[in-house]
Design a protein. Structure first.
Ligand code: B12
Ligand code: SF4
Length: 446
């Protein structure tokens, strides 16, 4: 075996996700597999989602692939390191990719990785496998970071982005057990869902958002190619719904129109949910989405305070969010709002503005997070001087940080409580949460 791809995400260890039970296949690895197999490499995927660390370690020990390639995001750091170590002990070369490893290249290289791919993986990984097979110097492999003979970390030139995404094979779903994903969904939610990506990269500038893989680039597949893939998915897996997993699914109105035509020509209409920005929704878009079968749109709303939205460089007005939610509702589409507490400059009045905003929008769902700085983002740079790390690097994540001078976690729990009780019209709970906010407002992270 030339390459074993894996990712170190284990559903069994993720209590929160086990409750939600909406797992999706690791699309990045599936794209790498189909690209490399089309070029003659013997590639397998060990999809760790339904497995355990021990089973994965055993597979590496038994198979001893020449190269083990691991996807890493900020939450899977500990598992990625453990897998890399087992692979190295078993004589495999180790290559890491995905959004996190390039942000901490020297740490991952020190932990035993042979190379880190920064950005889009197909071109780099193909070149890396060829270089390793030919025992060539890694300095000519584009898009990687590696350790030189004197122990320093070197960065090769960037890899070219794939110019024509339509020329790429579809993600290699047949290499993994898609049935387990569909069964997990069906047994909990009564319907099975499959994810699809129609574009790569987001050109917007939200300061806290990680652009480590695709930068600010944006490339689209053709509407016809996506409709073909959807038709195949429907034949192959008979899912009850899809998740269009793009960063901003409605970014290009003309593309959505074309996609609607392509789907209609194929007699296809399948329920789906997606994520977008409020400024990319208008009445026509809402109608087209409804016609396509869209039943829920998630909107990155973040805050009801324009001052904070501007500080985040969100590029959206709170009023646009209200309008988008209204237009979607008028077309029978549910909405979900993502909200963020604790961004730089947030004051009590901004929290109150967010509460009022959500009440005015009346979304079907909303999810809150306390903002955390992902390495490599402008937000990270803004707060870098005030970061208090909790625990040693290998046992923590980018989420396990405190920002000196920011309110305590207890304060944001009161903010959550206030939001929920205000939106649900529970006056007593809202009053209690307001008291809690006032009492904890003096508690700051040291
Ligand atoms: C879909 C998605 C999810 C799904 C994941 C479902 C799944 N199994 O795929 C869900 C909703 C579960 C999710 C959750 C989270 N996500 Co998410 N997610 C995404 C999203 C929107 C798309 C991922 C995708 O499929 N991309 C398309 C594929 C083709 O790209 P790719 O995965 O990056 O793969 C390419 C390269 O990275 C590289 N590559 C990938 N793997 C490997 C491996 C090797 C060996 C090599 C060499 C190269 C390589 O090559 C691939 C092809 O070019 C991305 C943003 C984005 N547009 O990528 C965020 C993103 C990956 N998520 C992010 C975050 C923060 C999270 C959460 C931590 C959020 C949270 N607070 O809970 C959780 C983590 C969950 C977990 N436990 O792992 C961040 C990651 C930042 C970081 N530095 O780690 C991203 C980048 C969003 C952002 N812009 O901030 N997410
Ligand atoms: S938050 Fe969404 S719109 Fe903003 S840069 Fe990230 S992916 Fe793009």
């Amino acid at each position: 075996m030339d390459l074993l791809l894996t990712h170190g995400y284990f559903l069994a260890d993720d209590e929160k996700e086990r409750e939600i039970m909406k797992p999706y296949a690791p699309l990045g690895l599936l794209y790498l597999s189909s690209h490399l197999r089309a070029r003659g490499f013997a590639v397998e995927i060990y999809d760790s989602t339904f497995s355990t660390r021990e089973e994965l370690f055993r597979a590496i020990e038994t198979e001893r692939p020449r190269v083990v390639g691991i996807y890493g995001n900020l939450l899977t750091r500990g598992n990625v390191l453990a897998i890399a170590e087992v692979a190295a002990v078993n004589g495999c070369r180790v290559v890491l990719g995905g959004p996190e490893p390039a942000n901490y290249a020297s740490e991952y290289l020190a932990a035993g990785a042979d190379a880190i791919v920064s950005g889009e993986g197909e071109v780099s990984l193909e070149a890396l496998l060829r270089a390793l097979q030919a025992r060539e110097d890694l300095s000519r492999v584009p898009g990687i970071q590696y350790r030189t003979s004197d122990g320093s970390v070197a960065r090769a030139e960037a890899a070219p982005l794939i110019a024509d995404l339509d020329a790429q094979p579809w993600p290699d779903r047949q290499r993994i057990d898609m049935g387990r994903y569909l069964n997990a969904w069906r047994s909990r939610h009564g319907r099975g869902s499959v994810s699809v990506i129609t574009a790569r990269g987001c050109p917007y500038h939200c300061r806290w958002c990680s652009h480590s893989v695709y930068g600010k680039t944006h490339r689209r597949r053709s509407a016809a190619a996506v409709a073909e893939e959807v038709a195949w998915i429907v034949r192959q897996y008979e899912p009850e719904m899809l998740w269009m997993a793009d960063d901003v699914f409605t970014i290009h109105p003309g593309w959505i129109e074309k996609y609607a035509q392509e789907m209609s020509q194929r007699g296809l209409r399948i329920p789906f949910e997606c994520i977008t920005r409020a400024d990319r929704v208008n009445a026509r878009m809402a109608e087209t989405l409804a016609a396509l079968g869209c039943f829920r749109v998630w909107i990155g709303s973040e805050s009801g305070s324009q001052k904070l939205l501007d500080a985040m460089q969100r590029g959206v007005h709170a009023g646009q969010v209200r309008e988008a939610v209204r237009m979607l509702r008028e077309n029978g589409i549910e909405t979900g709002m993502f909200l963020m507490w604790g961004y730089e400059g947030e004051e009590m009045s901004d929290i109150e503005a967010t509460v009022e905003h959500v009440k005015a929008c009346r979304p079907d769902r909303f999810l809150t997070t306390i903002s955390y700085p992902i390495k490599g983002t402008p937000y990270y740079n803004d707060v870098a001087g005030r970061l208090v790390k909790i625990g040693e690097w290998r046992a923590s994540t980018d989420r396990d940080v405190r920002i000196a001078g920011r309110h305590s976690r207890r304060f944001y729990r009161f903010a959550d409580q206030l939001l929920k009780s205000e939106v649900n019209g529970i006056a007593e709970e809202a009053a209690a949460a307001r008291r809690g906010l006032r009492e904890t407002s003096a508690e700051v992270e040291a």
